[in-house]
Write a protein that binds this ligand. Structure first.
Ligand code: CP
Length: 315
């Protein structure tokens, strides 16, 4: 594996999934794999799980880790080529990424969508610049359009808990007071489509995701109908893709509560966290014994450790 930024970067998902189960069973099996290697974690945005799970995975593999909150601590970066840099931006990404590549053997990047201009977000300008200029493997810690480490952890979680060969998995929009990117939803779809599950997407009209991600996955605008007989419900807010970055509805009827969960096949509840309780999901659901949110977060160590181990073996 050269980079890990999307599902298509995984050559053999069966092999990667087997490897994940081995890392989950014995996290300390490869304490020397990362010896004398350095992982750089570059954050343009906040994080709890991604930051700590990646550092924990690095420790398990004997990999040294350096972290920079470039969004708040670094020089303001210029991304446009050929710009006369006489404004507020002090350093070009070409130079910054190349320098970081000299300090690190692998670099992780977190850079969310700005939600101002769809074309530049979906062009993955920040992630792409690091892939172009750093000269080392890049792993996405959530980019403008995807969150593959979360989706891989979610896949591991579903595989661990599924009671039937082909479970019904529902991705449901829920309300939120702030405009959020589509990255988690896009990525979840991208990882579930080739998996052995029946995926259904549900959201209010106007919240359709990019057709490049949805493809032929069924979309149902009636949340109750979508939840019927579900084995897993994955709940997430996202802002509008067509009216880009806009909040079109904050309809609290979409807040997932016991009313919707009773329609399911005693489904497991999933959310990537952080979550706004009693806005996205009712306490009674997230605190129930069918909630997998803490297990999902625990599996973030497994997903990133598996990916780091795969890349380290190829260095
Ligand atoms: N789920 C997730 O990526 O959490 P953080 O934003 O806290 O890293």
């Amino acid at each position: 594996m050269l980079h890990f930024t999307r599902r298509a970067d995984v050559v053999d998902i069966q092999s990667l999934s087997r490897s994940a189960l081995e890392h989950k069973a014995d996290p300390y099996a490869y304490p020397e794999l990362g010896k004398q290697k350095t992982l750089g974690l570059i954050f343009f945005n906040s994080s709890l799980r991604t930051r700590l799970s990646t550092q924990k995975a690095a420790i398990n593999l004997g990999l040294s880790c350096i972290v920079m909150n470039v969004g708040s601590d670094g020089w303001a970066l210029e991304f446009e080529d050929g710009t006369v840099m006489n404004g507020g931006k002090a350093e070009h990404i070409k130079d910054a990424a190349a320098v970081m590549g000299r300090y690190c053997d692998i670099i992780g990047i977190r850079a969310f969508a700005g939600l101002a201009e769809r074309s530049s977000d979906y062009a993955e300008q920040v992630l792409g610049a690091f892939q172009q200029y750093a000269g080392v493997p890049i792993i996405s810690l959530e980019s403008a359009t995807r969150h593959p480490l979360q989706s891989f952890a979610d896949l591991i979680t579903i595989k661990t808990y599924q009671a039937v060969e082909r479970p019904k998995v529902v991705l449901s929009w829920a309300p939120h007071p702030k405009a959020l990117p589509q990255a988690v939803a896009n990525s979840f779809i991208e990882w579930m489509q080739p998996a052995e599950v029946d995926l259904v997407i549900t959201h209010p009209e106007g919240y359709d995701l990019s057709p490049d991600f949805v493809k032929d996955t069924p979309v149902i605008y009636d949340q109750n109908e979508a939840f019927r007989d579900a084995d897993f419900v994955y709940v997430k807010n996202w802002s509008s893709y067509n009216s880009y970055g806009k909040i079109l509805s904050q309809d609290m009827n979409w807040t997932v509560g016991e009313r919707q969960m009773t329609l399911t096949n005693n489904a497991y509840f999933m959310h990537c966290l952080p979550v706004r309780r009693n806005v996205v999901v009712a306490d009674a659901v997230i605190d129930s014994d069918r909630s997998l949110v803490i297990e999902q977060a625990a599996n973030r160590v497994v997903s990133v450790q598996t990916v780091l181990a795969e890349i380290l073996k190829s260095l």
